[in-house]
Design a protein around this ligand. Structure first.
Ligand code: ZN
Length: 720
């Protein structure tokens, strides 16, 4: 779509169970905001929506752990997100939340539409069930060993160690997160979206940019890593995916659907529909305040094929936005599909991955509290280091350098010199100048005047920047703007108005007028990136603050015509500080806080796991523990941690699969005495029937050691 009539831009709905950090900001929020602000000052019709994602098992689990209601959790984070986003200058047209009634209604109706069109498959299956709390264990309610990498704490929906997408039945030795009990399998049913039936058109859509045989978008606009990830999913074969859950927190499956009782929408069906309900809320609010608009205006953005839908997300959400949500939208039939999903990669911090559990992060909320007034500096540094094509890195030193060297020494310095000198020489009035005065390089007769050439040059630079933003290459665009500012500084340096003013004030007028035009252009061009600084620059220039109403388009038109941006005789205001230097001390303090927070968290992690509930003696007596010796051991292929062991129990030999390879390589443990849970029901693991379990002691770092009798103890005897 080359010239869409309107744009609908979304940022990933942040999940309301933990704070936001700079990685989130650089991934899905800042790029969208820059892009949207740009569209607005180019006079485009755009709606920018986001909101908090407030359903799903992780929220109820956190609530349970903290002894509060899920509502308290989501209210806390929703308020925090909204506040932080506002402070960092994200210009959403609406920031909604999925716990709103409007969203429940929208997503339930959407589900019902698909149900009535027979787009789901009702599939019965056996799922894990925790009998002690009478609950099915979906997603994060169950954990166990990852079958792909052997990580011991993998969740029922995903392994956070290797990133594999899992289903609860994939887990090895699964346990209920709530009770710690081993779950049982119990029959239930769910409505599944048969993704496999959509594979053909998805391929056309993703790989060729075609939909229903027509050109939909240019696949070259999409990032390589986005298409690559989609392709590997498609090549791996798509499977039907359950769109409902047996949970008590979320959007109800509409009650008039038979057997809907107790079923909730899967959060990954419910969340992206949050973009739709947010757009509805925006239209309702706008219609309320302005009778020219209708509550139904949201439909234009979602249902008219002249609308460009663009999802800004992090790379962990690619499959949902490029495959699953498009299938949901197309199954409905009335909706447009995204023309681009510009997913970013991840941002690391000081040489390590950002980690919530280790408290290794620059939290947005903390930054905004400690660095009030430096919001644009964070925006600047995060855009400069945006993980557009590959992972990038946040360092506090890097933040300081970018701020001091580029924002203070370059941008603020240029703007300040122009404003201060204009006030000093001309009492703040934009000077009239002699068009015929030429500066070096422009003295040929018949050539455009100095100003004309400069204005055309400025136009070219800004035009390049526009192209970069359209391509969503924001790092490049930011660099191009800063080059204009560097050029301005160089220009002042070359002509030294502060020296020339005494001997040649007429030439100084040419120079200062040009300097003012460049500052005026920068005040607009910088708006998508540094909105707070743009506002300050506009104030210094005594020009109206930008409202996102085609101001950049106006400016480009002016430059095209060779018109000035600031008229002769216009009176500017006084200079004010754009950026002040950041000291080494302030940066050292941040680095220390980061390290200390991390240590505190590590200490907290060394606390002992709480005791399980008391059991009666009979509970223990039911266990049959026996002494044994490992007589053979080999690695289970394609796993990191699993070993296939042969254990001599004296009266028989057993095959046991055990996840200990990381601490105990196969070639080091033959002859090791062990204690075996000998009456554990046999279970197939990675195709191997495992008959029993080896007792291991595990510390807080995951170190595993054998709990075993001395080496001269005979095999087969009871441990009591
Ligand atoms: Zn894994």
């Amino acid at each position: 779509m080359i010239h869409p009539e309107r744009y609908l831009v979304t940022s990933a709905l942040p999940y309301a169970n933990g704070p936001l950090h700079v990685g989130h900001l650089s991934g899905a929020y800042l790029p969208a905001d820059v892009y949207v602000r740009f569209l607005r000052i180019m006079g485009k019709d755009v709606v920018f929506v986001c909101g908090s994602d407030e359903h799903g098992a992780a929220i109820t689990l956190k609530a349970r752990k903290e002894g509060v209601s899920p509502k308290e959790i989501i209210d806390k984070y929703h308020t925090q997100f909204k506040d932080s986003f506002e402070k960092i200058g994200l210009s959403f047209d609406v920031y909604h939340r999925t716990s709103e009634e409007l969203h429940h209604e929208t997503s339930a109706a959407f589900f019902k539409n698909l149900y009535e069109q027979d787009k789901f498959k009702k599939i019965e299956s056996e799922q894990y069930y925790d009998e002690s709390i009478s609950q099915f264990l979906a997603d994060r309610y169950i954990k166990g060993e990852c079958p792909k990498c052997g990580y011991a704490e993998a969740y029922g929906d995903q392994c956070e160690s290797c990133g594999s997408s899992l289903s609860p039945t994939d887990l090895i030795n699964p346990v209920s997160v709530i009770s710690g009990n081993s779950p049982v399998l119990k029959k239930t049913f769910h409505w599944y979206l048969p993704l496999d039936e959509h594979e053909d058109w998805l391929r056309e859509y993703i790989l060729k940019g075609e939909l229903d045989g027509k050109e939909h978008h240019d696949p070259k606009d999409w990032k390589n890593h986005v298409i690559g990830q989609c392709k590997s999913w498609l090549d791996g074969g798509l499977e039907a995916r359950a769109m409902t859950r047996d949970l008590d927190w979320g959007v109800d499956v509409p009650k008039d659907i038979p057997e809907a009782d107790g079923k909730k929408l899967y959060v990954w069906l419910d969340a992206p529909i949050g973009y739709i309900s947010a757009t509805r809320q925006w239209a309702i609010d706008r219609a309320k305040s302005n009778p020219d608009f209708s509550e139904d205006d949201w439909k234009k953005y979602w249902m008219d094929d002249q609308s460009a839908l663009i999802h800004f997300i992090g790379k962990d959400n690619i499959v949902f936005h490029c495959l699953i949500f498009p299938v949901i939208l197309k199954s409905h039939g009335d909706y447009v599909l995204p023309v681009d999903v510009p997913a970013n990669q991840f941002m690391n911090l000081e040489g390590q991955k950002i980690s919530t559990s280790r408290n290794w992060a620059v939290w947005l909320k903390d930054f905004l509290e400690r660095w009030e007034g430096n919001e644009d500096s964070l925006r600047y540094y995060c855009i400069k280091n945006m993980p557009e094509q590959k992972d990038s890195e946040f360092t506090w030193k890097g933040f300081q350098e970018a701020h001091n060297n580029e924002l203070v020494n370059n941008l603020a310095n240029f703007v300040n010199r122009v404003i201060v000198l204009t006030n000093k020489y001309y009492n703040g009035v934009v000077p009239e100048f002699d068009e015929d005065i030429s500066l070096e390089g422009n003295d040929d007769m018949g050539m455009p005047s100095y100003h004309e050439t400069e204005m055309m040059d400025l136009f070219d630079r800004l035009d390049q920047m526009c192209q970069s933003i359209r391509n969503k290459e924001l790092r490049a665009a930011l660099k191009q703007i800063m080059e204009i500012s560097s050029y301005g500084n160089q220009f002042l340096q070359n002509h030294q108005p502060w020296k020339l003013q005494k001997e040649d004030p007429d030439t100084v007028k040419v120079v200062m007028n040009m300097g003012l035009q460049i500052v005026a252009a920068l005040s607009v061009a910088i708006y998508p990136f540094l909105p707070f600084s743009s506002a300050k620059m506009r104030q210094m220039l005594n020009m109206p603050e930008l409202k996102g109403e085609a101001e950049f388009l106006d400016l480009l038109d002016h430059l095209c015509e060779g018109d000035h941006l600031l008229d002769v005789g216009h009176k500017i205001s006084q200079a004010e500080h754009l950026f002040s230097r950041i000291s080494d001390d302030a940066i050292e303090r941040e680095i220390e806080l980061l390290k200390k927070g991390n240590e505190l968290e590590a200490e907290a992690g060394s606390e002992f796991i709480p005791l399980k509930e008391n059991i009666e003696f009979e509970g223990f007596a039911g266990l049959d523990l026996r002494t044994g010796t490992i007589i053979a051991a080999e690695k289970v292929p394609k796993t990191d941690k699993l070993l296939k062991l042969e254990v001599d129990l004296g009266f028989e030999k057993r095959t046991i699969v055990s996840g200990i390879a990381e601490y105990h390589p196969a070639d080091k443990i033959v002859g090791q005495k062990v204690t075996v849970v000998a009456n554990l029901a046999p279970k197939k693991l990675r195709g191997i029937m495992s008959n029993g379990m080896i007792l291991m002691a595990e510390d807080q770092n995951g170190r595993l050691e054998f709990v075993a009798p001395p080496s001269d103890f005979e095999n087969g005897h009871q441990v009591r």
